[in-house]
Ligand binder design. Structure first.
Ligand code: PHE
Length: 350
């Protein structure tokens, strides 16, 4: 079950927090293009091994995400490893974050943390007490706040480009779209899709989401059946590992923000052979980091940063036309682009 990962990372830092006793990890996959950015994920893991696997895979995906998006930023990720069933009181949460900030600070700016599944701008503010290397502070503290709006905008740009390639028109009116995952990004996406006239069906493992969905006028699919639901587009918007070679799918197009959607890379070939267009997750989900870097590193204003996010649509159009032309998969094209960008950098002398 635990396939070994190729070790091509620069660094894995693991530390048990002195205040909290909770283990946290930072994986720096690559700083070839610049300091390595990546979200800080806080969730329960069945074991430390699982957490390590997750942080290694997610950090490699961040390298590819940043490279394909054209950022001068490397790839990293961090995890705060809660035990099964473990819930934190506010004081414990603060202690864990201060411990994690200490680990981040020890890396001297090689890792730049942002929010991810299980963390948000308020948590970034606590990290900031121990290290400067944090993105997405609340707006009241001078940051851009949550990155989930820009992430959703990037997915919409990717989805429109892919819909154009697959169906011949960017028009979303009456297209049936299943959004599998009704969290921060999934909710924003569902709203954008509904505004564009799509027939939106949502799904989530949390049964409370069902009431919200009904109230907002969306259809509902049971979480186990969401990906197979009859639709034009399926949008994985929760956690990864949801697509295997034989996963039942009714839609001809899959594009969404969940990181590491495929159980392994060869699933991309299997999906293509089944006539399903799969847009690589690390391409579709880049909006958050693209917007954040544009605002907080480059100092661009909102509209200039939003234009960068919209550019994800052009990247997707290009990948899909290249893969059609070369008889490859969009993943193979994205991986080739990643390799060209990462190996294209030469250390500058002096
Ligand atoms: N969580 C974001 C992702 O998975 C990463 C991110 C990093 C967002 C830094 C904002 C800033 O892409």
């Amino acid at each position: 079950m635990t396939e070994r990962l190729p070790w091509d990372h620069e660094r894995l830092a693991v530390r048990r927090g002195r205040r909290s006793g909770v283990t946290t990890m930072v994986a720096i996959h690559s700083t070839a293009l610049g300091p390595a950015a990546g979200g800080c994920r806080m969730r329960q893991y069945p074991s430390l091994d699982e957490a390590e696997r997750d942080v290694l895979r997610l950090s490699a995906a961040m390298s590819a995400k940043c490279a394909v998006a054209g950022l001068a930023i490397g790839g990293a990720k961090s995890v705060i490893v809660l035990e099964p069933g473990q819930r934190l009181t506010p004081a414990e949460r603060r202690a864990v974050l201060l411990d994690h900030a200490e680990l981040i600070e020890s890396l001297d700016g090689a890792y730049l943390a942002g929010p991810d599944v299980g963390t948000g701008p308020e948590d970034m503010l606590v990290l900031r007490e121990g290290t400067r290397h944090v993105f997405c502070l609340p707006e009241s503290a001078g940051g851009i706040g949550s990155s989930s709006g820009p992430t959703a905008d990037g997915v919409l740009a990717a989805l429109r480009a892919a819909v154009t390639a697959v169906f011949g028109s960017a028009d979303l009116a009456r297209r049936r779209v299943v959004v599998a995952g009704f969290g921060a990004v999934g909710r924003t996406l569902a709203l954008g899709l509904a505004e564009a006239g799509a027939d939106v069906i949502v799904s989530d493992v949390d049964p409370r989401a069902r009431e919200d969905a009904r109230w907002l006028g969306y259809g509902w699919a049971e979480p186990g059946e969401a990906l197979a639901h009859p639709a034009d587009v399926v949008v994985p918007a929760a956690v990864g590992g949801v697509l295997a070679a034989d996963t039942p799918l009714a839609a001809p197009l899959v594009v969404g923000p969940a990181n590491n959607q495929l159980v392994s890379d060869d699933v991309a070939d299997a999906l293509a052979a089944r006539g399903v267009t799969w847009v690589p997750d690390y391409v579709a989900s880049a909006g958050g980091v693209v917007y954040t870097v544009a605002r907080e590193v480059e100092g661009l204003d909102h509209s200039a940063a939003a234009a960068r996010v919209a550019g994800i649509g052009d990247v997707v159009s290009r990948l899909l036309s290249d893969s059609a032309e070369h008889g490859t998969t969009p993943l193979a094209e994205a991986a080739a682009l990643t390799r060209r960008r990462i190996s294209g950098v030469r250390p500058t002398a002096g």
